[in-house]
Design a protein around this ligand. Sequence first.
Ligand code: PLP
Length: 322
Amino acid sequence: MNKLPTPTYKDVAEAHQRILPYLNKTPVLTSRTINALTGAQFYFKCENFQRMGAFKFRGAMNALSQFTAEQRKNGVVTFSSGNHAQAIALSAKLLGIPATIIMPEDAPKAKMVATKGYGGRVITYNRYTEAREDIGQQLAQKEGLTLIPPYDNPHIIAGQGTAAKELFDEVGELDMLFVPLGGGGLLSGSLLSTNALSSNCKIFGVEPIAGNDGQQSLRKGEIIHIDTPKTIADGAQTQHLGNYTFEIIRHYVSDILTATDEELISTMQFYAQRMKMIVEPTGCLSLAAACQFGDKLKGKKIGIIISGGNVDIAQYGRFLAQ
Ligand SMILES: *Cc1c(COP(=O)(O)O)cnc(C)c1O
């Protein structure tokens, strides 16, 4: 397969046209409480209200809607235990494409049920003895499936960039934008939009402190690999950035910051209590890091990407009670 070129803002704008008919128009919310506390103006782009509960629908839909007739007939395969799996399963269902999702056999039952509910075929593997990439490659070869990875793919990146595009389209230029960071699909797409639509805006990727491989990679100038980090931010438990995502991130990002699980929990409580919203731990990374700036936020216009809202409800109850 030909290697696709690194995406640009043009790809984000084209992705937006392509996927717009399928998207939920997610709201940009404000909070008087946080504005009063910080002296800044905050704008929250609420992708927890996106279809399937996270921004990942954008990239998946953009990737799958560019399949050729033959790719559509044969189907798509991906490996993920999280939101990307559901995004691929839902997009495939909407487009009439067969979807195969490779999940660890000990993945949360709710996630497996949700993925199957969208009509996906789930194949399980033992995460301690088998490599999911190998299983994916083998299936792709044997059955002619197209493999769509969760972040290191130009179509995925372009699709994820449409959330920040919508934010700038709605509220104009910003001084600072905070974006949760796992493998970097969301951040790199957001960077393309920011560079095109608000070039003076400082943009920060935010990782869980236990999994700061992106921050280390930026400091060292090369992709750093780590063991799967222990954190409640399960959407950002990635072990390394991708080749495409790192290339864009190192070029445009202002910095990569971190947040602790404790900060994520208090941010989750803030969203629940003050904004009446369920936000999953990973979705809390952006605001948690913004709050670290204290007085430096005064008078600034701040964008916060809330990346998703999929959290086990019993677990969520325990987080709120802490
Ligand atoms: C996947 C995911 C992220 C991280 O996105 P990347 O593109 O991997 O950086 C952040 N938040 C949520 C809710 C996610 O599902």
